[in-house]
Design a protein around this ligand. Structure first.
Ligand code: C2E
Ligand code: CA
Ligand code: CA
Ligand code: CA
Length: 279
């Protein structure tokens, strides 16, 4: 047993040890990943279900590590959060995504927006609004071309500070989305208070829509609630025509998923936009 900083004992089992060796390995490899250009961003379209337009693309981080191969963000993001490296990596993601959006705007797709995922640790940096403001200015991108995706837990640990940050971001014109909606804790009053623009309905509710009437009821209730609050809804992980038809019937505003496109490179997004016809 080992006493950690919070005066509680933690017991290490063999499994935990094995896990921490892998985490340590990733953490070390990550130290040089930025300078070695091992990170890239892929982008996945978010489609308006009223018009068929591609309104925005979500930036998703990819890490191609020469020795360890392709590592999923679901595995390395938590390691980066634990080690604090997420701050540097997250800043790189913001800069890269916003610079890429500038390129798409110059290619003629001026209405396109980009959505960036933020970790709670980034969100709790008091300098975050200023940092993002600076990056936007450098790229001559308007704040209302940027969406930030936060998870539901973000406001829980320090609601006062979270409110200040959300207000600062929102007042600058940036759009705030709640990611993985339905899997965490958020009170309805918070949603309204924080001027949330969009709820992204977690893909776990979309996956079995075709044969699970509970999921249909949940998705219906989320869309109704969001509409009553004047908040947009986006369904994540849409893979089938039947899911799409149900979501359009319910008045869901946007969809994202393999049915339209997997996350692809910036060049592939350019090609898609150039040949794309809305409905
Ligand atoms: P997320 O933000 O919920 O992103 C959606 C995930 O669902 C992505 O996984 C995407 O590839 C996947 N997906 C999209 N459409 C479908 C579909 O139709 N079916 C299925 N089965 N999956 C679909 P990915 O790229 O592996 O990312 C996993 C998570 O890692 C993200 O979940 C996000 O929480 C985190 N992440 C990724 N990039 C970043 C980043 O730049 N910063 C931070 N903080 N987190 C990131
Ligand atoms: Ca997301
Ligand atoms: Ca999500
Ligand atoms: Ca997720």
């Amino acid at each position: 047993a080992k006493l950690d900083g919070r005066n509680t004992y933690r017991f290490f089992t063999p499994q935990m040890h094995a896990k921490s060796v892998r985490a340590l390995q990733l953490e070390n490899a990550m130290r040089r990943a930025l300078e070695r250009n091992e990170f890239t961003l892929h982008y996945q379209p978010q489609i308006c279900l009223h018009t068929g337009e591609i309104r925005s693309v979500e930036a998703l981080l990819r890490w191609n590590q020469p020795e360890l191969g392709q590592i999923s963000p679901a595995e390395f993001i938590p390691v980066a959060e634990d080690s604090g490296q997420i701050l540097q990596i997250g800043e790189w993601v913001l800069r890269k995504a916003i610079t890429q959006l500038q390129t798409w705007h110059q290619e003629g797709f001026q209405k396109l927006k980009v959505a960036v995922n933020l970790s709670a640790i980034q969100f709790h940096q008091p300098q975050l609004p200023e940092l993002i403001g600076r990056i936007l200015l450098e790229s001559e991108i308007s704040p209302n071309s940027l969406e930030l995706e936060l998870t539901e837990g973000v406001a829980i640990s320090d609601p006062k500070a979270a409110t200040l940050t959300m207000d600062a971001l929102r007042e600058s014109g940036i759009w705030l989305s709640i990611d993985d909606f339905g899997t965490g804790y958020s009170s309805l009053s918070q949603l309204k208070r924080f001027q949330i623009y969009k709820l992204k309905i977690d893909q776990s509710f979309i996956r079995d829509l075709d044969h699970d009437s509970n999921d249909r009821a949940i998705v219906n209730a989320i869309i109704r609630m969001a509409q009553a609050l004047g908040i947009q809804t986006t369904a994540e992980g849409v893979e089938t025509q039947a899911q799409l038809d149900f979501l359009r019937d319910q008045g869901c505003d946007e969809a994202q998923g393999y049915w339209f496109s997997k996350p692809v490179s910036a060049e592939q997004i350019s090609a898609l936009l150039a040949s794309y016809k809305p409905w």
